[in-house]
Design a protein around this ligand. Structure first.
Ligand code: AMP
Length: 118
């Protein structure tokens, strides 16, 4: 079982933000912004490549609600999903990074240290 599946089953503790029957949101253990929440489906998909469109539709609504829940809906935010090797995906369970709480820079995408948001 992968690390995020173990977070879903609570075998590994996490700092939960929200959940419903299908999705789970929790604070990233190594935040790159004042708000850095990971949003995952409870069912295992290796990456964004694998999630069916109808499930993604429901996940979109959940992510919008999480952004409201953590208070960044009005100020703005960024959603990122790293996919596969070139996407620098480390955990092979689909997750979206929800980042906000500050004015995020954009140029880091061309930097070697591409995950430094601040
Ligand atoms: P990625 O590089 O897109 O696969 O991102 C994986 C993310 O998972 C990183 O931002 C890690 O800090 C985060 N992460 C890994 N293990 C945990 C954990 N146990 N609890 C919370 N976040 C985690």
């Amino acid at each position: 079982m992968c690390i995020f599946c173990k977070i879903v089953t609570k075998e590994i503790p996490s700092n939960m933000v929200a959940e419903n029957e299908s999705f789970y949101a929790f604070h990233d253990i190594n935040p790159k912004a004042p708000v850095h929440v990971l949003i995952i489906p409870k069912a295992h998909y290796d990456s964004f490549r694998d999630i069916p469109g109808d499930v993604m539709g429901k996940m979109t609504t959940f992510m919008q609600n999480v952004a409201k829940e953590v208070g960044i809906d009005e100020s703005g935010y960024r959603i990122i999903s790293n996919i596969g090797d070139d996407g620098a995906q480390e955990v092979k369970h689909l997750h979206f990074h929800l980042l906000g709480g500050t004015h995020l820079h954009w140029g880091h995408f061309s930097d070697a240290n591409s995950k430094d948001f601040l």
